[in-house]
Design a protein around this ligand. Structure first.
Ligand SMILES: Cc1cc2ncn([C@H]3O[C@H](COP(=O)(O)O)[C@@H](O)[C@H]3O)c2cc1C
Ligand SMILES: O=C(O)c1cccnc1
Length: 331
C-alpha cells in the first residue's frame, strides 16, 4: 500500500494547456464556452490527452457511518435514518439513485460504521488513530477497485455527519465554529446555536492537534477517514473526482494536507448551503459547476453536475475549429 505521505501521480499540465489552446481555436467566439472550457481542460490534464476521452464510466461511492454527536442535538433527524437510507440506496431509491439513474452513473455503497457511531467529538476523540488509519486504507482500496472509471464522485450518508465536517474545516483553516457551522438537514436557529457550541468545544479540545490523520481520528470518524482515503486513492490511480457537499470538501482539505497537490485531481460539482463547504471551496481554489441551492449530500450535487462535465468534453472533442470553418471543412 502507498504510504499516506506519497505524492499523487502527475497531472499532465501540457495536455491541459493543449486543451486550452484547442478551446481557443474552436469555431466559437473567444471565451464563449466560459467555465466549460476550463472543465474540459482539467479533464484533459487528468487523462493526459487532448482532446479528452468521453466520461462514459462514472461511479458515485457513498460512504456511510453514524456519528455520536447526533445524540447531542446537532441534527434535525435521528440516527436511525442512516441505516434506513443505506437500505434505500441499496434498493436504488435514494435521491442520488434517481439522479444517477437519469445520468448513467453507477452507485456503490460502502457501509463503514453504520450502527457503530463515532464518539461525540466535543467530549472525546471520534475514533482512534488506528481505526482512522484502517479506514483510510479501506477508502484507498475502494478507489483502486474503481480505478477503471473515467470519473468518481464521493458520496455519503450519516445523520450528524455535517458536524464533524464543519469541525475538520474549522480545525484545518483555523476558523471559529460560527464561521463553519450550518443548519445541515434543517436545524432551526436554536439548533444551529447548539451545533455551533459542539463544534467549538471540539475545536478547543483539539487545538494542539495538527497532524491530518490525528485530526480525522479526533474530529472526523471512520467514514470520513474512508472518504479521505478514497480521494487520495483516486489521485493515485489517476481518476478525476467531482466533489460534492460539505463532507467531501472537508475530506478534500484533509487529503490535500496529507498529500499536498492532490487537489489537482478534483473539480467541484456544486455549491451547497453549508458554510464550511464554501470556505473549503475557496481554500482549494475550486469554483463549483452548479449552484442550485442543494443540500442533500449522498453525492447528489456532483452527480447532478455530471452532464455538464460530459458536455464540456463533447465540446472539446466534437466542435469544429475556426480554421476548419474558414477553410470550408467545418461540415
Ligand atoms: C431522509 C434523509 C436523507 C438524507 N440523505 C442525505 N442526507 C444528508 O443529511 C445528513 C447530514 O446532515 P446532518 O448533519 O444535519 O444530520 C447525512 O445523512 C447526509 O447524507 C440525508 C438526511 C436525511 C434526514
Ligand atoms: O453540504 C452537504 O452536502 C449537506 C448539507 C446538509 C445535509 N447533508 C449534506
Amino acid at each position: 500500500m502507498t504510504p499516506p505521505s506519497a505524492a499523487p501521480r502527475p497531472y499532465d499540465e501540457a495536455a491541459a494547456q493543449a486543451a486550452r489552446e484547442r478551446v481557443a481555436g474552436l469555431a466559437t467566439p473567444a471565451g464563449a464556452l466560459g467555465r466549460l472550457g476550463d472543465l474540459a481542460a482539467w479533464v484533459a490534464g487528468c487523462q493526459g490527452c487532448c482532446p479528452p476521452r468521453p466520461l462514459d464510466d462514472v461511479a458515485c461511492v457513498v460512504f456511510a457511518g453514524d456519528h455520536g454527536v447526533a445524540a447531542h442535538g446537532t441534527s434535525a433527524y435521528p440516527s436511525e435514518i442512516t441505516a434506513l437510507m443505506v437500505a434505500t440506496l441499496r434498493s436504488g431509491r435514494a435521491g442520488v439513485s434517481a439522479l444517477a439513474g437519469a445520468h448513467g452513473v453507477d452507485v456503490r455503497v460502502e457501509d463503514v460504521s453504520v450502527g457503530r457511531p463515532s464518539e461525540p467529538l466535543h467530549l472525546t476523540d471520534a475514533t482512534t488513530r488506528e481505526r482512522a488509519g484502517a479506514a483510510l486504507a479501506r477508502g484507498r482500496a475502494v478507489a483502486a477497485e474503481e480505478g477503471h472509471r473515467d470519473l468518481l464522485v464521493p458520496g455519503e450518508v450519516g445523520i450528524g455527519n455535517t458536524t464533524p465536517a464543519a469541525a475538520l474545516v474549522g480545525a484545518l483553516l483555523g476558523l471559529p465554529a460560527h464561521e463553519v457551522t450550518g443548519a445541515g438537514t434543517g436545524l432551526d436557529t436554536e439548533g444551529v446555536v447548539r451545533k455551533t457550541a459542539v463544534v467549538q468545544t471540539g475545536l478547543d479540545r483539539c487545538r494542539e492537534v495538527t497532524d491530518p490523520v490525528d485530526l480525522l481520528a479526533a474530529l472526523g470518524g471512520e467514514d470520513l477517514a474512508a472518504m479521505t482515503g478514497f480521494l487520495l486513492g483516486a489521485a493515485e490511480v489517476r481518476v478525476p473526482v467531482l466533489l460534492d457537499g460539505v463532507v467531501s470538501l472537508a475530506c478534500a482539505l484533509v487529503a490535500d494536507a496529507i498529500a499536498p497537490g492532490t487537489g489537482r485531481w478534483w473539480a467541484a460539482g456544486h455549491r451547497s448551503t453549508e458554510p464550511a463547504q464554501q470556505v473549503a471551496l475557496d481554500e482549494l481554489g475550486l469554483v463549483p459547476v452548479l449552484d442550485a441551492g442543494m443540500r442533500l449530500g449522498e453525492g447528489s450535487g456532483a452527480v447532478a453536475a455530471v452532464p455538464l462535465l460530459r458536455g464540456a468534453v463533447a465540446l472539446l472533442r466534437d466542435t469544429a475549429t475556426l480554421a476548419e470553418v474558414l477553410g470550408g471543412t467545418g461540415g
